[in-house]
Ligand binder design. Structure first.
Ligand SMILES: [Zn+2]
Length: 182
């Protein structure tokens, strides 16, 4: 089993503890976006979820886990600019409404760096691309979500002077898959 990093929320969805490897894991995997354990504990889980669609899904998942008193696990991607990372999140009910989250990287694949994933000042302030927060595919139109390399080709992003900024949402496949597992 690959190493996991864990965190727990209380019945009010406040982060109450994180595993001892949190700071190292966060620095290695989140880079500039890393948040230390000291900054995480005491804050609401919602603050760490980027968009409303994913926040709504988490609310459903937490209701499901607490209501059924059964764990749920699903796959997600936690990519970096140079790696595709295939991850799993297991969410388990605890005592008194607490819920435990266990996240691990199952497999990584190296890829040619994707500069689009490194937000910087060169990014366009007005144009946005929507990425699914679970599978990290990009919406190329209202109904179609593709891997970022395919999106760059389809939308000719490599020919632009400024790259769009990435926002997050949830694709229909991920939403349906996770809801079905509840
Ligand atoms: Zn998705």
């Amino acid at each position: 089993m690959p190493e996991s990093y864990n965190y727990r929320i209380d019945r009010d969805n406040i982060l109450v503890s994180v595993s001892g490897n949190w700071d190292r894991f966060s620095a290695e995997n989140a880079g500039a976006d890393s948040v230390s354990a000291a900054e995480v504990v005491g804050r609401a889980l919602d603050e760490f979820i980027a968009d409303d669609d994913t926040r709504s899904l988490y609310a459903l998942v937490l209701d499901g886990v607490r209501g059924s008193n059964r764990p749920i696990a699903f796959r997600f991607r936690c990519d970096s600019p140079t790696q595709r990372r295939f991850c799993e999140l297991r969410i388990s009910p605890g005592d008194d409404g607490a819920v435990d989250f266990e996240s691990r990287i199952l497999m990584t694949e190296r890829r040619r760096p994707v500069p689009l994933l490194q937000a910087d000042e060169q990014s366009d302030r007005d144009e946005f691309l929507k990425a699914c927060s679970m599978c990290k595919r990009i919406a190329v139109n209202d109904a179609e979500w593709v891997e970022i390399e395919a999106a760059i080709g389809r939308l000719h992003l490599d020919r632009r002077e400024r790259t769009p900024r990435i926002t997050h949402g949830l694709c229909a496949d991920c939403h349906a898959g996770i809801v079905a597992s509840l």
